[in-house]
Design a protein around this ligand. Structure first.
Ligand SMILES: Cc1cc2nc3c(=O)[nH]c(=O)nc-3n(C[C@H](O)[C@H](O)[C@H](O)COP(=O)(O)OP(=O)(O)OC[C@H]3O[C@@H](n4cnc5c(N)ncnc54)[C@H](O)[C@@H]3O)c2cc1C
Length: 403
C-alpha cells in the first residue's frame, strides 16, 4: 500500500510496533517455510528473482525479502511505534501511538489478520498439569515435554506441527474438523501454479456465492519443503499420527471427540476431487493437456473403523495441547464502531463504508481469494489506493463501493 500511495504522490507514513517484517520475526516457528513458492512472492514493482523459483523461503529469507522491499520502495516506516487508539475527528482521524499523535484524512488498517491465536472455550476445562500453547508460542519440538501431544486443528499450521512433532518422537493425536485437502504438486506443477493460472486465486469477493462462508474457510493443508512432499492426513497416518474427530468438550478430565471424522474426511476428499476436476477442465480447454502430466486422483483419506471418541487427559497419555485452531485480528485499539461480534472490521472489498476514509488490507477474501497471501497485496493495494486517491480528491462524494 505504501508503494501504491507513493506512486500516486500521496504523503503517508507507515506505523509499525516492531521492526519491518515483525510478524515473520516474532510469531513463526523455527522450521517454517512459506507454503507459497518463491515465484509467487510478488509485490508492487518487486518480485523474487533468485535462482530457485520453485523453492519455499525459510523465515530468514522471508525477512530479508520484505526488508529489502521496504528499502527498495523507500517506505516511510516509523518502527517501534505502537498504535494505541484510532478515533474519528471532524475531518478524518487521529491516530494515537506510544510515540505521539498523528492526524490524517484517511487511514489504512494493515495490522494483520493473525494477531491473536484463537483458543476454543473448551480450553478452560483442560486439567492442571497439561501444558497448553498456541502456534505463536511454538518454536520447536524440543521446547515440549517428552510424551504425547495433542494438536487441535488440521489446517496448514496443524498438519505441519503434527508432522514435525511426531517425527521428534512425541506421539501426536490430531483432532480434525472441517479441512481443505490439497496435494503439493498436481500433474507435475505446484498447486499454487494451478490456482494462479486458472484464475482461482484471483476470484473476486463479489463473484463468489457466499462471501461470508468463504472468508471463514480454513487454509489449504499445505507445507513448503525442499522435497515438495504432500503433507495430508494420509501422510500423517503413515507416520502413526492418531487421527480423532473435532475436539468437542472435556467431561470429568476426559477429552471428547466428535464422531464426525469420517464425514469430515469424505467431504474434504469430495472437494479435492472438484478442485482437480476444475483444473483438468481448464487444462483441456487451454490446450495444456499434453504439456503437463496426466490427471491423477488420490486415495481417499484413510480413517480407522473406530477412531477414539475420548482420551483421559489425566491418564498421562497427553502432556501438551497445541491449539492450531486459527487466528483472528486484534482491533482493541480501534475506537470506531466498525468491528463485528467476531472481531472483524465490516467492509466492502476493503472500503470501510461506515467510516469514510478508512481502508482495510490483508483480510481473508478481502477483494480476492489471494488477499491474505503476500501475492494478494499488490492488486488489493492498487484498487484501494485508487479509491483512496479519489476520496482525497472528492471527499465524501466518492462512491463508497469499489467494483
Ligand atoms: C503461520 C503463517 C504462515 C503463513 N504462510 C504464508 C505463506 O506461505 N505465503 C503467504 O503468502 N502468506 C502466508 N501467510 C499469510 C501472511 O500472514 C500474509 O501473507 C502476510 O503476512 C500479510 O501481511 P500483512 O502486512 O497484512 O500482515 P502482517 O504480516 O501480520 O503485518 C502486520 C503488521 O502490523 C503490525 N501491527 C499490528 N498491530 C499494530 C499496532 N497496534 N501498532 C503498530 N503496528 C501494529 C505488526 O507488528 C505487523 O508487523 C502466513 C501466515 C501465518 C500466520
Amino acid at each position: 500500500m505504501s508503494r501504491c500511495l507513493t506512486s500516486r504522490s500521496i504523503d503517508h507514513v507507515v506505523l509499525e510496533r516492531g521492526t519491518v517484517a515483525n510478524t515473520w520475526k516474532t510469531e513463526r516457528w523455527d522450521s517454517l517455510r512459506l507454503l507459497t513458492p518463491n515465484w509467487q512472492s510478488r509485490l508492487p514493482d518487486y518480485r523474487y528473482d533468485g535462482n530457485d523459483p520453485d523453492g519455499f523461503m525459510t523465515m530468514p529469507e522471508v525477512i530479508a525479502f520484505i526488508e529489502s522491499y521496504a528499502q527498495h520502495v523507500a517506505a516511510p516506516v516509523e518502527t517501534e511505534t505502537t498504535v494505541t487508539a484510532v478515533q474519528r475527528t471532524d475531518d478524518g482521524f487521529v491516530v494515537r501511538t506510544d510515540q505521539g499523535e498523528w492526524t490524517a484524512p484517511t487511514v489504512v488498517l494493515a495490522s494483520g489478520h493473525c494477531n491473536i491465536a484463537h483458543i476454543p472455550a473448551v480450553a478452560d476445562a483442560v486439567p492442571a498439569g497439561i501444558t497448553t500453547i498456541t502456534p505463536s508460542q511454538y518454536r520447536t519440538p524440543a521446547q515440549l515435554e517428552e510424551g504425547g501431544v495433542m494438536v487441535v486443528g488440521a489446517a496448514a499450521t496443524g498438519i505441519q506441527l503434527a508432522d514435525e512433532i511426531q517425527r521428534s518422537g512425541r506421539p501426536v493425536t490430531l483432532a480434525v474438523s472441517g479441512h481443505v485437502r490439497s496435494p503439493r504438486v498436481y500433474r507435475g506443477m505446484d498447486i499454487q501454479w494451478w490456482m494462479d493460472v486458472t484464475g482461482l486465486n484471483n476470484e473476486r469477493y463479489d463473484e463468489v456465492d457466499d462471501v461470508t462462508r468463504v472468508r471463514k474457510l480454513p487454509s489449504f493443508q499445505l507445507a513448503g519443503s525442499p522435497d515438495r512432499r504432500t503433507i495430508d492426513l494420509n501422510s500423517l497416518t503413515d507416520i502413526d499420527v492418531q487421527l480423532v474427530g473435532k475436539f468437542a468438550g472435556i467431561n470429568d478430565g476426559k477429552a471428547q471427540f466428535s464422531g464426525s471424522l469420517r464425514n469430515q474426511c469424505a467431504m474434504a476428499d469430495l472437494k479435492l476431487g472438484r478442485l482437480l476436476d476444475t483444473i483438468d477442465e481448464w487444462a483441456a480447454t487451454n490446450a495444456l493437456d499434453r504439456e503437463v502430466e496426466a490427471p491423477q486422483r488420490y486415495e481417499p483419506t484413510r480413517v480407522d473403523d473406530d477412531p477414539p471418541l475420548g482420551i483421559d487427559l489425566r491418564g498421562g497419555a497427553i502432556n501438551t495441547i497445541i491449539w492450531a485452531t486459527g487466528f483472528r485480528p486484534d482491533y482493541s485499539w480501534l475506537d470506531i464502531d466498525v468491528v463485528d461480534r467476531k472481531g472483524y472490521v465490516r467492509h466492502d472489498g476493503g472500503v470501510v463504508t461506515e467510516a469514510p476514509g478508512m481502508y482495510l488490507m490483508g483480510m481473508p477474501f478481502l477483494r480476492r481469494r489471494k488477499s491474505t497471501l503476500i501475492d494478494g497485496a499488490a492488486d488489493d493495494a492498487t484498487d484501494l489506493s485508487d479509491h483512496l486517491a479519489s476520496y482525497l480528491a472528492r471527499g465524501s462524494d466518492t462512491p463508497s463501493v469499489l467494483r
